[in-house]
Design a protein around this ligand. Structure first.
Ligand code: VG1
Ligand code: CO
Length: 547
């Protein structure tokens, strides 16, 4: 290290429970702000990696409360640990897909994403940190487990003693021997989007009067959406609402669903509703798509985008395969079957798609939790999904509702809903899962909700590329007619437990494609509650969020 900056080695002791969940380590800000808490985790990341001396690290976050403080700490620790360069987004801001894009484009060693995604932000709310590998995706479990093991043995960390870096001024400065490069958060990402989509066709769509309302929910996608939609594609000013990132997301949950994206839902229900509505989450990797008078479930969105992706220049060569997380509906499988391409079922969390994408086995991936993405990066990507939908609408010349209904008519409709029971008691949640684990295998061959049970297990996964395994990924009940009930506990929450119940059924008959999903699934929903004794284990008779 240069003589102007000295490195301090700080003695520390382990914190309990620094095990990354579905997507990194997420805790209350007050937990992260404790002395040494963030430092221990960051040093544990570095201690678990090899060969990064002189290499580039990408750092950025969704701009939530504590983001800037954490970025400064990470910069000083990266310098003290021997990185050669850090690319950091201006203001400490980078969306999750932009981090992935920048890592790949500039062949960085890896990246650190600061986000608790869809969880609220602010001094009393949530913060998070995640490590991404050189392919641009979330670290696989063998890496996150090594990081966790290190957190349990850590005795010291290294940090440069230096003044804070000016994160608002673009360009290069030095922190000891390390270069800090403050980059435009949007530029590389926007350039990538231009290579994937038919920008002239989308520009013509907007020029012809097509109206979109994009709700950035006061989170990270505001600057990206403004530049790409209103800037490069010529959508009218005001297309992007809630477009300035705020540290507390305006007090809301930056979760793009019908419950939390209320400004968007109000716009879509108004007399003068736009043609399309969309929203993204805290860190910009989720998306919700609405048409006039229609809500596109994320599972349907994956299926429809798989069928239509070749309309976009980036996918004109075809789709190699599609992957979905286990609780995501099987709508995409039906498209894959018809297209003659493979379909994969993985555990929940984008980290499980990485090997399939790297091996070229799949082009598109998706999760029921408003996550869609492709091989262009190694994260799910909210704005990418919006642009692909715009590309499809522009090229087909049909409304979103017509595209969705046409898809159902061709492939059948998969009625789908997720019921979340948030903030329940952890012990009760564990008992509920133990009860299911013990009883569900015995249901096979029995009749439940008028259907024969053909599958009852706790999902275990073997990665078809590298052979790694993951057990206990969720209870599955499968029926002879294709219906399913799935139960799992959230791995992203920071208080108590959250039970997620996923219910689906297939309806091939086009005369029955206009039911309310809650009604269409009513018998399965009732069975799901009884089989798990949800009221008995959670004390709740109703879910807190239905999507
Ligand atoms: C949730 C979703 C999962 C998603 C994860 C991270 O996890 O269900 O599909 O990958 O969030 O998304 P869980 O364990 O709470 O069900 V994000 O947008 O928070 O990075
Ligand atoms: Co997210």
């Amino acid at each position: 290290m240069s003589d102007t900056v000295s490195v301090k080695t700080v003695a520390t002791t382990p914190f309990e429970g620094q095990r990354p969940g579905t997507s990194g380590l997420r805790r209350k800000v007050k937990v992260f702000a404790q002395p040494h808490y963030l430092e221990n985790f960051v040093q544990s990341i570095f201690d678990s990696l090899e060969g990064f001396a002189g290499q580039t690290l990408v750092v950025g976050g969704d701009g939530r409360y504590h983001n800037r403080t954490a970025v400064q700490t990470i910069l000083k620790m990266a310098a003290a640990n021997g990185f050669g360069r850090v690319k950091v987004g201006q203001g400490g801001i980078l969306s999750t897909p932009a981090v992935s894009c920048i890592i790949r484009k500039h062949k960085a060693f890896g990246g650190i994403v600061l986000s608790a995604s869809h969880n609220p932000g602010g001094p009393d709310e949530d913060f998070g940190i995640k490590y991404n590998v050189s392919a641009g995706g979330p670290a696989p479990e063998k890496v996150t487990e090594a990081i966790y093991a290190r957190t349990q043995a850590i005795a010291e960390y290294r940090i440069a003693e230096a003044p804070d870096v000016d994160l608002d001024r673009l360009g290069e400065t030095r922190l000891g021997d390390m270069v800090v490069e403050v980059v435009d958060p949007v530029a590389d990402y926007a350039e990538l989007m231009e290579t994937l989509f038919d920008f002239p066709a989308i520009r013509a769509l907007f020029a012809g009067g097509f109206r979109l309302c994009f709700d950035a929910m006061h989170a990270v996608t505001g600057p990206y959406a403004r530049e790409i939609l209103e800037g490069r594609l010529g959508a009218p000013a005001g297309t992007v609402i809630n477009g300035t990132p705020l540290e507390d997301f305006g007090g809301g949950h930056p979760d793009p669903n019908l419950v939390h994206a209320h400004d968007l839902v109000a716009a879509m229900e108004s007399a003068d509703a736009p043609d399309m509505g969309a929203a993204s989450d805290g860190d910009g990797d989720r998306n919700m798509i609405l048409g006039r008078g229609i809500y596109v479930t994320p599972s349907d969105s994956l299926a429809i985008l798989t069928a239509n992706a070749p309309l976009a220049p980036g996918y004109a060569g075809g789709v190699a395969g599609v992957a979905r997380s286990m609780p995501t509906s099987r709508a995409a499988d039906r498209v894959a079957e018809k297209m003659g391409i493979p379909a994969f079922e993985t555990p929940t969390g984008w980290k499980f798609f990485g090997t399939l994408l790297d091996a070229g086995k799949v082009t598109l991936c998706g999760e029921e939790s408003f996550g869609t993405g492709s091989d262009h990066v190694r994260e799910k990507d909210g704005l990418w999904a919006v642009l692909l939908w715009l590309n499809v609408v522009a090229r087909r010349g049909e409304s979103i509702a017509a595209i969705v209904r046409g898809h159902w008519a061709e492939y059948g409709r998969t009625y789908y809903s997720r019921h979340d029971y948030e903030g329940i008691d952890s012990d009760g949640a564990d008992r509920l899962m133990a009860h299911l684990r013990a009883t569900v295998p015995g249901l096979v061959g029995q009749t439940v909700a008028g259907r024969e049970v053909v599958l009852g297990d706790d999902f275990a996964y073997t990665d078809p590329v590298d052979g790694s395994t993951a057990a206990r990924q969720g209870i599955r009940i499968g029926f002879a007619d294709g219906a399913r009930i799935v139960y799992r506990l959230s791995g992203t929450g920071t208080a108590g437990a959250t039970l997620r119940v996923y219910i689906e059924r297939y309806e091939p008959d086009a005369t029955r494609h206009d039911l309310d999903p809650q009604e269409a699934l009513a018998d399965l929903i009732a069975a799901a509650g009884q089989l798990a004794d949800i009221p008995g284990h959670t004390g709740r008779s109703e879910p807190s969020v239905i999507t």
